[in-house]
Design a protein around this ligand. Structure first.
Ligand code: DON
Length: 307
């Protein structure tokens, strides 16, 4: 029998299409030229089934969605207590590009804001690793999660590096605060490269479904992320993944999630399904406008809210 799910997913896309508000991320030259008409959705279940609709082969840079997976890798490479010494787990209530250091400890509030993600990135491999060594580790891990070889979009990387003053500034502040041990420029370069890895919605849904499946890849059966890290990552995605919209998101949609400025969003509902949506125009908090609408519909139609 033909599955009704692809038809349903096409409806999810068409239902969100009329929402035309928001702006593509203007601060990265290449993203500012993105085709705003592209839209896609994908679902990957914990038993290894994949469904998608819309522009599901269109690639875009992973951007901040990488932060969730790199946090898992940092826990693996450095250990959870050591990571917690450098990066907190509290929502900042502020925009993603603010410094947001905790007063008592000097730590960035959480690993999902840029400051926390730059600090997290610096914990991959070791303090004196080069950007290339760290990105190589990240690229291999993300490719295993996606189930295919991913690549860095050099045009996005170059564009973002050209205008990296703010992130470089965060890097130097983290160094001054004793949070980054190595070279802050190297950490920021690696962080920007990690954000420039290209994916499509099917890759992202597959990556999210491994989080839903306690770190075991639903198709290959390979244990990729230790269970303790999965719990930590999903907890922080729930409280901080959608930045200063995290409260609205959790109450309306109720799924641990992470967004990126290229217009992607992942959702990961433990034991059930990994979700990915894509549409480039963003709201004022940096989350995809149509992406949020698609997730709202999926959550309410399928009863995915955790509560
Ligand atoms: O640091 C930046 O500005 C970007 N590379 C990533 C930011 C991002 O995706 C924020 N998410 N909505």
């Amino acid at each position: 029998m033909k599955s009704p799910i692809p038809d349903y997913l096409r409806q999810v896309v068409e239902n969100a299409r009329p929402a035309d508000s928001g702006e593509v991320a203007g601060y990265i030259e290449v993203l500012a030229k993105a085709d705003a008409s592209k839209m896609a959705v994908a679902l990957a279940t914990v038993d290894g089934k994949m469904y998608s609709a819309g522009d599901d082969e269109v690639e875009f840079s992973i951007q901040s969605i990488s932060k969730a997976f790199v946090y898992a890798l940092a826990i693996q490479d450095t250990g959870l207590p050591q990571v917690l010494e450098k990066v907190g787990v509290e929502p900042s209530g502020d925009a993603f590009n603010k410094l947001s250091l905790q007063r008592s400890t000097n730590r960035p509030m959480n690993p999902m804001i840029n400051a926390g993600a730059i600090a997290t990135h610096s914990l991959i491999v070791g303090p004196n690793a080069t950007a290339e060594q760290r990105v190589d580790r990240i690229l291999k891990a993300l490719s295993r999660l996606a189930g295919r070889q991913l690549r860095v979009d050099e045009a996005v990387y170059e564009a973002e590096l050209k205008d990296a003053n703010r992130n470089m500034g965060l890097g130097y502040m983290l160094k001054a605060a004793g949070i980054i041990d190595g070279d802050p420029q190297e950490a920021v370069r690696g962080y920007i490269r990690q954000c420039s890895i290209n994916v499509n919605v099917r890759d992202l849904a597959m990556m999210a479904s491994t989080l839903c499946n306690a770190g075991v890849h639903p198709v290959s059966g390979e244990g990729i992320i230790p269970h303790q890290s999965v719990r930590q990552v999903l907890s922080v995605m729930t409280t901080c993944g959608m930045y200063d919209a995290a409260g609205d998101w959790v109450s309306n949609i109720g799924i641990p999630a992470k967004s990126g400025v290229a217009g992607g969003i992942i959702g990961a509902l433990p034991g059930q399904v990994g979700i990915a949506v894509f549409s480039p125009k963003l709201d004022e908090r940096g989350n995809s406008v149509r992406g949020v609408i698609m997730c709202e519909k999926l959550s309410s139609d399928m009863g995915l809210h955790m509560m």
